[in-house]
Design a protein around this ligand. Structure first.
Ligand SMILES: Cc1cc2nc3c(=O)[nH]c(=O)nc-3n(C[C@H](O)[C@H](O)[C@H](O)COP(=O)(O)OP(=O)(O)OC[C@H]3O[C@@H](n4cnc5c(N)ncnc54)[C@H](O)[C@@H]3O)c2cc1C
Length: 395
């Protein structure tokens, strides 16, 4: 009997196996953590093994036919408004604008009406704008690889943007060097559980007695260096300051709910499965302080000659400087995020005690932090913060 993976750490959920199956014998089913995994219908399976061969986590999979070392740039979109609406320096908009200008199609991750993150297709700037901004949730790719193949067969230019494992899965599924396909991946910290995000969105709606209308995982109102999240509610309330509004971020960074395969990621290095990689140029304030204006600087890794040609075409819309693999080095360019030692306990607690309990226990949303925040707010309001700081010896 054919099995696709032995351990969950060996499946990134990219859907390449499902998409390649000639008998449509594979479906993607959510596990108890809300991550999608392939499941084989053995009555339909003909054991052709294509699903195993296509897997970007298989040992025979070559991560890249690209440059040995990428060309490295720090770059900013010239339009500050674009950068304010992007998570880093607006590289995705610069690249996708060019693709749309030449009548191409763009694939990226967007929230659907229920805040499920799905990869979608865009043919206009308005549709593309939904892909702007990082969504710290694993996106659903069902049906997308087949759709991309159809567009490529129609000779259209296709831009695919996503995590490195999603890019690797797509490359492997297509198994052909399409001249008109451009692959872009992000530097990736890991993707959290769609189930936990769904519970979070619902919990916020319940607490505020109004549903969330918009959600920003990277709101730049406090600057690019400060990771702030923001919710906009149907009743008009905007929240980027309460403990609740920052608690999803706390779960993301605590590594209790990342996909198991993220801890076994094969792409935390400079051998990328894409033509261009974009991320945040963390550390820019040290290597090029005069280039950092706190609106966002992108890290650009140019991984192939196709990527280099594209970079030349879009460069008129960018301010950029050459850098190197030392100055731009960040954790997930050399090591996968490690699982929290409390990961198992988190899921056990979630199962037995529910979402509110884990939010309080693992995301700093408990009674004591909430009281502390209220006291500080009151002290600030009555203008006594400096007095309190002096008394505590911190002023
Ligand atoms: C889960 C996740 C983890 C990340 N971790 C890091 C990190 O550790 N270090 C770092 O430097 N950068 C990281 N990034 C990338 C960074 O936050 C920006 O997304 C990237 O620099 C692009 O910014 P931009 O200004 O060019 O464009 P933006 O307009 O912000 O474009 C967003 C791009 O990200 C894609 N995207 C958004 N959400 C998802 C998702 N859930 N799955 C797949 N693709 C998505 C969109 O399709 C689009 O191409 C991460 C992004 C995500 C989604």
């Amino acid at each position: 009997m054919m099995l696709l993976y032995e351990r969950k750490e060996e499946c990134c959920g990219c859907t390449a196996c499902m998409s390649i199956c000639p008998k449509k014998a594979i479906t993607m089913i959510p596990d108890e953590e809300g991550f999608l995994y392939p499941s084989i219908n053995h009555e339909l399976c003909i054991e052709c093994d294509l699903c195993k061969q296509v897997c970007p986590f298989s040992d025979t999979y070559k991560t890249s036919g690209n440059y040995d070392q990428p060309l490295v740039y720090a770059a900013k979109h010239k339009d500050d408004n674009v950068r304010m609406n992007s998570s880093s320096g607006g590289m995705f908009t610069a690249i996708s604008d060019y693709i749309l200008d030449i009548d191409g199609v763009v694939y990226g991750a967007a929230f659907d009406e229920k805040f499920v993150v799905r990869h979608q297709k865009a043919e206009t700037a308005e549709e593309r704008n939904k892909f702007r901004g990082s969504k710290y949730v694993q996106s659903n790719l069902i049906g997308v690889f087949e759709d991309i193949k159809k567009e490529l067969k129609k000779e259209r230019t296709v831009l695919f943007t996503g995590t490195p494992c999603q890019n690797a899965g797509l490359r492997s599924y297509l198994n052909k060097n399409y001249e008109k396909l451009i692959l872009c991946d992000i530097v990736c910290h890991g993707t959290p559980s769609p189930l936990i995000f769904e519970k979070f969105i619902r919990y916020c709606g319940h607490k505020n007695r109004s549903s969330i209308k918009e959600y920003y995982c990277r709101f730049k109102g406090n600057g690019w260096h400060s990771h702030t999240e923001k919710a906009v509610y149907a009743n008009g309330k905007e929240d980027s300051t309460s403990l609740l509004s920052q608690s999803y971020k706390a779960l993301f960074y605590s590594h209790v709910a990342l996909r198991p395969a993220c801890h076994n990621c094969k792409f935390c290095n400079f051998s990328r499965p894409s033509d261009i990689t974009f991320g945040d140029f963390w550390g820019i304030e040290k290597s090029m302080p005069d280039f950092d204006d706190n609106i966002g600087v992108s890290l650009l890794l140019i991984n192939s000659s196709k990527g280099q040609e594209l970079f030349q075409r879009i460069s008129k819309n960018l301010c950029y400087r050459k850098s190197n693999t030392t100055d731009c080095l960040q954790h997930n360019l050399h090591t996968p995020s490690q699982p929290s030692p409390r990961r198992n306990k988190f899921w056990q607690d979630y199962k037995n005690k529910g979402f509110e309990y884990v939010l309080k226990k693992y995301a700093g949303y408990g009674l004591v932090p909430r009281l502390k925040k209220t006291v500080v707010k009151v002290i600030k309001k009555i203008g006594l913060l400096h007095v309190v700081k002096r008394v505590l010896g911190r002023g």
